[in-house]
Design a protein around this ligand. Structure first.
Ligand code: ZN
Length: 318
């Protein structure tokens, strides 16, 4: 098979360019895959890519000497200035319920045009929005709830949809504190605007929980705090299998440098404590990890490596 590439596009845009070439006349097909299915015991899990966020490299550790950060990026074969973050969303089916965990970016920030593909990719995966019974939000940053605010989405969801979010998260976005973050210009205002709009538009569907809630058999959402006050992770357990969706508790650099403060963390010290605690637990019980911004499809294990951790990617199963 030839892709007919005579030039060599920059690696970071390769997937978009190959897909654009392939989907010409075939709107539902993409050559570079955007979904990955697996099972956790009796629970069906589908990881869906909402696309990619292009963000300044400094976001991965704003408490670190820029030269140290640059050396890490170099070691990882990554460019020094712009980091491409995966944006993973998960669909879980258990006990007759279909649960969307996070909803991607939507159209909330025009400078991030490579994200916001959830609606088209759910369609390509054969998932009708009306079949979704529950949404779980790990937190209310716009790259996690914005997909529910995209044009035409709410009208296609069922009226009795339940949107589960920690009570502390809903409360936080009434009057959010951005004093400890280190975000690019424009982001705090866009995040505030999106959080407020989400609370308003989905007010009647919100089902808040304090610390933990079982959404469906074996699907438990647990508040961690840290990244945001109501940040939560989702624990899946069935038939001896376990998988945790960590939302934004873990980033790629967080295995090797769990104490690096991500620019989007509202309480960086607590976020680092949450990260270390979660990684230790996942390493000890050997369960699978999936996280929003780990490279798609992000299914991996965690190993302890001295004082820090090692990322062990899972094999793709065909
Ligand atoms: Zn995020």
């Amino acid at each position: 098979m030839s892709l007919g590439n005579t030039s060599h596009p920059p690696v970071k845009h390769c997937a978009d360019r190959v897909n654009a070439r392939y989907i010409h006349g075939r709107p539902d097909s993409e050559l570079v895959p955007s979904r990955y299915a697996l099972r956790v015991g009796e629970i069906d899990v589908l990881i869906v890519s909402d696309g990619v966020l292009s963000l300044p490299g400094a976001m991965l550790g704003h408490n670190v000497d820029p030269a140290v950060r640059a050396a890490w990026l170099e070691d990882m074969f990554l460019p020094p200035d712009v980091l491409e973050w995966a944006l993973n969303v998960v669909v879980v089916r258990s006990g007759g319920r279909t649960i969307l965990i996070d909803a991607g970016m939507g159209m909330e920030f025009p400078d991030l045009p490579r994200a916001g593909k959830l609606a088209q990719r759910l369609k390509a995966a054969g998932i009708d929005p009306v079949s979704v019974t529950d949404v779980v939000l790990t937190h209310m940053h716009m790259d996690h709830c914005g997909g529910l605010l995209a044009d035409g989405v709410k009208e296609r969801l069922r009226p009795d949809l339940r949107v589960h979010v920690a009570a502390a998260e809903a409360e936080f976005w009434e009057s959010p504190d951005f004093s400890r973050v280190s975000m690019p210009p424009g982001f705090p205002d866009a995040l505030r605007r999106t959080g407020k709009r989400f609370l308003k538009e989905y007010h009647s569907q919100l089902r808040t929980f304090e610390n933990e809630y079982e959404v469906a058999p074996g699907v438990v959402v647990q508040r961690t705090g840290g990244h945001t006050p109501g940040h939560s992770v989702v624990r899946l357990a069935s038939g001896g299998d376990r998988l945790t969706f960590a939302g934004d508790a873990v980033f790629q650099v967080g295995f090797e440098h769990p104490d690096w403060y991500n620019g989007f963390e509202h309480d960086p010290e607590e976020a680092a404590r949450v990260r270390v605690g979660l990684l230790r637990e996942l390493a000890a019980n050997r369960e699978s990890l999936v996280a929003t911004h780990l490279s798609f499809p992000s299914v991996c294990h965690v190993a302890v490596d001295g004082d820090v951790f090692r990322w062990v990617p899972g094999p793709w199963e065909y």
